[in-house]
Write a protein that binds this ligand. Structure first.
Ligand SMILES: [Mn+2]
Length: 613
């Protein structure tokens, strides 16, 4: 099934998971890290806790930081649980870890062993509690989470009609039906022209006859309300959205995952904004349906953005919005996380979605930067609320990361001009001869030309000023010492700021960025100015340490390093060199040290041509 918007309150630095897997051997850990990186990027989202702070607290970044820390603290248990929950098909047994599953942390204590087994199999298959969903009313009430003031707003008497498109593959039938029921129940009937179900070639029998029966029953009361589009081969989420749009006939189209519940009054504010200006693409504010208990959890109001790998992320709304002191006001948003509402014809004029993308990921960023750069806008409405299930784990699908990366490179090549280097850097792949076939982008480039769109620089300055840029980077990749080229500099355990040597795997904890100001950054490229946590290599009393760059700079610490490819890494102030020192009791036989330069040399994977010279 689709992850749909597996957006995240994704935090970085989660990737140095080796730390918490201390019981494992290096190799197991290594394999695991890749897997975990993917897992976190896609799925981590669902943590049981982070209680959304009260809206009254101004949404300052303190709250966000706190949430991140809470999530970090939970990573260990999340990962440990996930080890036992590798998804299985429902008919493949399972149930080996009946009592350990995170499904039963807050739910199901009174269930019989048989019930638990059934529930667990469904959970492993769907990534949410299908067993419980089957037992909840399809038209259950959910709390009205609109901010104060929303209920008093009034809207034009003539609003455009809406087609709601739901896309799905192998979703639990009851979850799909609840999505449909909430759409029917909470959209004024005169505004809801039709519902289009796009089945991207599901294999679940449930989604055939039983779904069809439901559609027939509904249509007998409201003729023609629901239509079903069935793909005869798996097209992926991106093309499924477009085929839903093709089937739609109302002036406005809403494209959604099929694991949502619409909240009261969600449609009117959106239709009003699009009626006023058809070039606005609008997202509702999302709340969370907990994967285990199906309780609806309120999420703080957010804009939507992305990091340099183009994974989506929630952003604190811009200052200008907070200054309005009006929680019903539209939130100008750099991007969309995936589900959105758009004027049907405008969507075509602006170029739909990039159908050259595969499966999943990046299409939301492509649409967002395109709309902004080509004269439209994107916003999130606090008064329009939709609750969405964030899955506990990725279902047994193929690895999505490769698709996300390929799609991200398409966005970079077409829309980002010189800033495309940032996407390559973030994924840690060379800009030339990356070995990744991104397909043909000539049509998308022609579209950009035809629409006479602005530059990505303009977008960054005017739409996404929070995005952090790294134009001073001159080299990136992993850093290897000539003595042992199988070992790489690695940021090591998150807890102690001590870099280590580790078997090269090239994933985020080993990303190194050398800048024209002679700093060595390590780890993830901090995506926005609100999360200023880039780590720099610093000589602290003769010991290599990773400290927050801004902090080290402000205290005039020793964070500048002389380095040319194939040469030594020497601290500018202390003159000590970063080197490997023999250490018999360490696994590799070496440890990292700062010492008198003995002629050891280092190389970094990719050099960037300095464009400013
Ligand atoms: Mn989703």
């Amino acid at each position: 099934m689709y992850l749909g918007m597996a957006c995240a309150r994704r935090t970085k630095s989660l990737v140095s998971t080796c730390v918490i897997l201390s019981g494992m051997t290096n190799i197991a850990c290594l394999l695991y890290v890749g897997w975990v990186t993917n897992y976190i990027a896609n799925v981590y989202v669902r943590t049981p806790e982070p209680v959304p702070e009260k809206k009254a607290d101004g949404g300052g970044k303190g709250g966000e930081t706190l949430r991140i820390i809470e999530r970090l603290n939970r990573l260990e248990s999340v990962v440990n649980k996930h080890i036992q929950e590798t998804p299985q098909k429902p008919d493949e047994g399972g149930g080996s870890s009946l009592s350990d599953s995170s499904l039963f942390t807050r739910w199901g204590r009174d269930l019989s062993p048989d019930g638990r087994r059934t529930a667990l199999m469904q959970f492993q298959y769907y990534g949410y509690n299908g067993y419980l969903s089957d037992r909840l009313a399809l038209d259950r009430p959910i709390p009205d989470l609109r901010p104060d003031g929303c209920r008093n707003l009034s809207y034009a008497s003539q609003l455009p009609q809406l087609s709601i498109v739901f896309i799905f593959v192998n979703e639990a039938l009851s979850v799909v039906l609840r999505s449909i029921c909430s759409a029917i129940r909470r959209t004024p009937s005169h505004l809801l022209k039709e519902i289009i179900l796009v089945d991207d070639n599901s294999s679940n029998e449930d989604l055939k006859g039983n779904l069809q029966a439901f559609v027939a029953e509904t249509n007998s009361q409201r003729p023609g309300l629901i239509r079903v589009v069935r793909h005869t081969k798996r097209e992926g989420l991106i093309r499924a959205r477009v085929s839903g749009w093709r089937a739609a006939t109302a002036p406005v189209v809403a494209l959604f995952d099929a694991h949502v519940e619409f909240n009261a009054g969600w449609a009117e504010p959106i239709l009003q904004r699009i009626k006023e200006d058809r070039t606005r693409i609008v997202s509702p504010s999302f709340d969370n349906i907990k994967y285990d208990t199906f309780e609806v959890e309120e999420y703080p109001l957010s804009a939507q953005g992305f990091d340099w790998e183009l994974w989506c992320r929630y952003l604190n709304p811009p200052k200008s919005w907070w200054n309005l002191a009006n929680h019903t006001a539209p939130i100008r948003s750099p991007a969309l996380i995936g589900c959105f509402v758009v004027d049907r014809e405008y969507f075509e004029e602006i170029g739909l979605l990039d159908e050259g993308m595969e499966v999943y990921g990046g299409e939301n960023v492509e649409l967002s930067v395109r709309v902004w750069q080509c004269g439209g806008s994107v916003e999130v409405l606090p008064c329009a609320r939709v609750a969405h299930i964030e899955r506990a784990h990725k279902p047994y699908t193929e690895d999505l990361t490769a698709h996300v990366r390929r799609n991200a490179l398409r966005v970079a090549e077409v829309w980002m001009d010189d800033f495309k280097s940032h996407v390559y850097m973030a994924w840690n792949i060379p800009q030339e001869d990356s070995g990744i076939n991104i397909g043909d982008v000539s049509e998308r480039k022609a579209l950009r030309k035809r629409l006479q769109c602005r530059t990505f620089q303009w977008y960054l300055e005017n739409v996404y000023p929070e995005m952090r840029v790294y134009t001073s980077t001159v080299a990136y990749g992993v850093l290897q010492n000539s003595l042992r080229s199988d070992l790489c500099l690695d940021q090591g355990p998150d807890t102690d700021n001590i870099p280590i040597l580790y078997v090269c795997h090239g994933m985020t904890p080993q990303n190194v960025y050398y800048t024209s100001s002679q700093q060595l950054h390590m780890g993830v490229l901090s995506p926005t100015i609100d999360d200023d946590d880039n780590k720099c290599l610093v000589d602290v009393n003769g010991k290599p340490r990773l400290l927050e760059c801004g902090y080290a700079r402000a205290r005039r610490m020793k964070l500048e390093w002389l380095f040319i490819q194939g040469g030594a890494i020497q601290n500018k102030k202390s003159k000590r060199c970063l080197e490997l020192k023999e250490k018999s009791d360490s696994e590799s036989g070496y440890q990292l040290a700062l010492q008198q330069c003995s002629g050891q040399s280092w190389s970094i994977t990719n050099l960037l041509v300095d464009r400013s010279s």
